[in-house]
Design a protein. Structure first.
Length: 130
């Protein structure tokens, strides 16, 4: 999965740092943002292959970010993994409606997140080749 770009969005800088190290060590280019509004700008400009975003953030939540991504022709198909605090479960209907590829509860394992990213990008490549 080398040469793939991941946008990591979280208002907790240590989470971005830990995730970025794991992803870079596995050949990914990493972009980051600390709120949904900044992430939207980065996504529109850079067109990452996948986005990992926190749910609860200032300025614009992860769900608001995904809603805006889905409304834009250039970003509507970018897979998104949502990171949530255990108390902020996202209903399956909402995940389906917003095409959220996966949800992980905090605290999460960087290895588990990497596995999720690789699975989603692999599936996307399979579908894209048909």
């Amino acid at each position: 999965m080398a040469d793939k770009t991941v946008l990591v969005v979280d208002d907790e800088i240590h989470i971005i740092h830990v995730v970025a190290i794991k992803l870079r060590n596995n050949g990914y280019e990493v972009l980051s943002a600390d709120n949904g509004a900044e992430a939207l700008e980065v996504a529109l400009r850079e067109k990452p292959d996948i986005i990992v975003t926190d749910y609860q953030m200032p300025v614009m939540t992860g769900l608001e970010l995904v809603e805006k991504l889905r409304q834009n022709e250039e970003t509507k198909d970018i897979p998104v993994i949502m990171l949530t605090a255990r108390s902020f479960a996202i209903e399956q209907e909402q995940q389906d409606a917003l095409q959220i590829s996966g949800c992980l509860s905090k605290p999460f394992s960087p290895r588990e997140l990497l596995g999720n990213i690789e699975d989603i990008l692999y599936q996307k490549e399979l579908v894209g080749d048909n």
